[in-house]
Design a protein around this ligand. Sequence first.
Ligand code: 13P
Length: 246
Amino acid sequence: MRRKLAAGNWKMNGTQAALAELATLAARPAAGCDVLICPPATLLSRAADAAGTAIALGGQDCHAATSGAHTGDISAAMLADAGASHVITGHSERRSDHGESDAMVKAKSEAAMAAGLTVVLCLGEDLDQREAGTTLAVIGAQLAGSLPAGATGDTLVVAYEPVWAIGTGLTPTLDQIAEVHAFLRAELTGHLGAPAADIRLLYGGSVKPSNAAEIFAVDDVDGALVGGASLKAADFGAIIDALDAA
Ligand code: 13P
C-alpha cells in the first residue's frame, strides 16, 4: 500500500514570517497522509523547529557533489544536516533557469539518495510537446535519463508536472493525468521491476483546494506537489483534507 503524500514546494518564497504558516499546519489534527514542505533552504533549520514531527521537510535542489568549490550550491548532506528528509530534483524551473539536463538530475538524485534523502523527481512536458503529441515520449525519455539507480518506494517519489500547468491555473484533463500516471507506473516497472509498485506518483501543476479532490480520485495519483497553494496553511490544509478523503 502506498501512503499518500501531500507535498508543498515554496519555491523562492518565504522569509522567517512564513514559518507561522508552517506552525499553523503543524497544529492541525494529524493527517492520514504524509505531509512534506520544501521551504527555501535558508529556512530549513528553523522550519524543523516549527514543523515538529508532523511535517517532513525537503530541499528544492542539491548539488551532485558531496562538498567542494561550488559557490552558492548546497549538498544533499547539508540539507539533511539542516533537517531535510527529502529533496526535489529536476523541477522544470531548475531545468529551464539553470539548464539542468537529465544526466545532471540523475547525478543529483543519486547524491541525494547516498546522503539518505528521499528524492522527489520531477518531470513533465511543455506546451509545444503536449500539442505535438509527444508527451509520453518526452516523459519516458526524461525518466530514463534521470532515474536514480537502485530507487525504491522509500527513496524515490516521482512528480508529474506539466510545465504549462505550473502557476498558470491550467490543468490537464483527468484522462490526461491518468494516461501519464499509468505510463509512468509501467515505465518504472520496466526500469526497476517489482519495487516500482511502491513508488508514489504525485501530480503537480495548479493544484488548489477546488480541484484537489477530482485529481486525487484519478488512478495512480498518490498525492500532489503543490506550489502556490502550499504557501498558505488554509489552502494547503484543505488539499491535505482532500487527499485524506480520497
Ligand atoms: P503551482 O502549484 O504553483 O502551479 O506549482 C506547481 C509546482 O511547480 C510544484 O513544484
